[in-house]
Ligand binder design. Structure first.
Ligand SMILES: NC(=O)c1ccc[n+]([C@@H]2O[C@H](COP(=O)([O-])OP(=O)(O)OC[C@H]3O[C@@H](n4cnc5c(N)ncnc54)[C@H](OP(=O)(O)O)[C@@H]3O)[C@@H](O)[C@H]2O)c1
Length: 223
């Protein structure tokens, strides 16, 4: 599936009421994509979409319960904490068949979020793929982009986004979404490489604290 007309593309952001999902959702909505905020609570989703529309000054986003949002989308973005990763995927698995799933999760074991944690399945993205099955094309991206940078939907973001996945077409669709959100996508290989992107985030959080900054990002040089 190649959808060049972004108006035909619907993106559901599962957990879009949260910090990272909010920023991504607003950016895609501003670029003409149809975006649905997903939440465990349909009312919370609708209220959040209303707030974002007020902030953007246009009626661009809708809000629905996670499974309903996923059912309507061509591309589903999973934006919940790692502790909710498995349960959330199970709750929308039936709605993901044949679709692209973008997993942005960073596996963490709070309270120590500044030390790399490798989960049992090697990466959250690979755990997602195992859980949803081969009929869902899982692509991993956005782990190294701070929500503080995404907050201003029209602000410039100085960073690259590593994109990994086993389906080249799906990866290329997601790379378009990275660009639409205002960042440079870097094809970082198969989904097995997602472990590296996921593991970089605790390192970045350490760097933020060590150097007293907010929202450090990564740049691949020489590309
Ligand atoms: N924040 C960042 O700077 C950042 C950067 C890169 C990647 N990420 C990754 O992006 C994902 C989302 O991060 P975030 O900071 O946006 O998270 P968040 O704000 O803490 O949570 C996002 C949403 O997940 C849902 N949620 C929270 N706890 C849940 C639970 N126990 N069970 C089911 N759903 C739950 C909530 O939505 P409802 O209550 O509406 O269902 C919440 O609004 C994480 O995996 C994180 O590692 C975050």
């Amino acid at each position: 599936m190649t959808l060049d007309d972004r108006t035909l593309l619907t993106i559901a952001v599962i957990g879009g009421t949260g910090k990272e999902g909010t920023g991504l959702a607003m950016r895609w909505a501003l670029q003409g994509y149809r975006v649905i905020i997903g939440s465990r609570d349909a009312e919370r989703a609708a209220a959040h979409a209303k707030e974002l529309n007020a902030q953007l000054g246009a009626d661009l986003l809708a809000g629905q319960a996670n499974a309903d949002a996923a059912a309507q989308a061509n591309i589903v973005v999973l934006s919940v904490p790692y502790s909710a990763h498995k349960a959330t995927l199970e709750s929308i698995r039936d709605q993901l068949d044949g679709k692209i799933l973008i997993d942005i999760t960073v596996p963490m074991q709070p309270p120590d979020v500044r030390t790399v944690y490798i989960p049992e399945g090697r990466s959250a993205a690979q755990e997602a793929q195992a859980l949803v099955g081969d009929n869902v094309r899982v692509v991993s991206a956005f782990q190294n982009v701070s929500a503080t940078k995404l907050k201003d939907p029209r602000g410039i973001i100085d960073c690259d986004v590593l994109v990994t996945g086993d389906d080249e077409e799906a990866k290329s669709e997601v790379m378009k979404l990275v660009e639409a959100a205002g960042m440079r996508p870097i094809d970082a290989g198969p989904l097995a490489n997602a472990v590296a992107a996921e593991a970089l985030t605790p390192v970045i959080l350490y760097i933020n604290r060590k150097y007293g900054i907010k929202g450090a990002g990564i740049r691949i040089t020489g590309v």
